[in-house]
Design a protein. Structure first.
Length: 133
């Protein structure tokens, strides 16, 4: 398959594409930035960004007025580490094993692939007054 096939398909479907903008300062995190369909196609044709530095913009949800990454809707690959958001207002790290517990978590919409995304979801859901927009 073409190394940019996911990006090309996303452009054809009208989805938003993002490119990873690296920061020179190692203390400032890199940032995913929305790019236009034209910029995405130009980047693919000139290989401006490596395939790993382009992605389809992830789905987000608005909780208590804050935009956060949406929980996973599809099961990850077996062996993938994930974070489960609990009613105790915390998140717990697990490894996906295709178990009933894994699928129950997925059905409850509380599965995230990074602790940062899980933490943002917890803050938006349970502590909205502590978030700075």
């Amino acid at each position: 398959t073409h190394p940019y096939s996911i990006i090309l398909k996303a452009v054809a479907e009208g989805k938003t594409v993002q490119a990873l903008e690296a920061n020179v300062d190692p203390y400032i995190p890199d940032v995913w930035t929305d790019i236009t369909a034209e910029e995405a196609l130009a980047s693919v044709s000139t290989a401006t960004y490596a395939p790993k530095d382009m992605r389809v913009k992830p789905d987000t949800v608005i909780i208590n007025g804050y935009e956060v990454l949406a929980p996973l809707r599809e099961a990850p690959t077996c062996g993938t580490e994930y974070y489960h958001v609990t009613r105790s207002k915390i998140y717990v790290k697990y490894v996906w094993r295709n178990s009933a517990v894994d699928y129950n978590s997925l059905d409850m919409c509380v599965v995230f692939l990074s602790k940062e995304d899980a933490a943002a979801y917890v803050k938006a859901l349970f502590n909205p007054e502590q978030i700075t927009p």
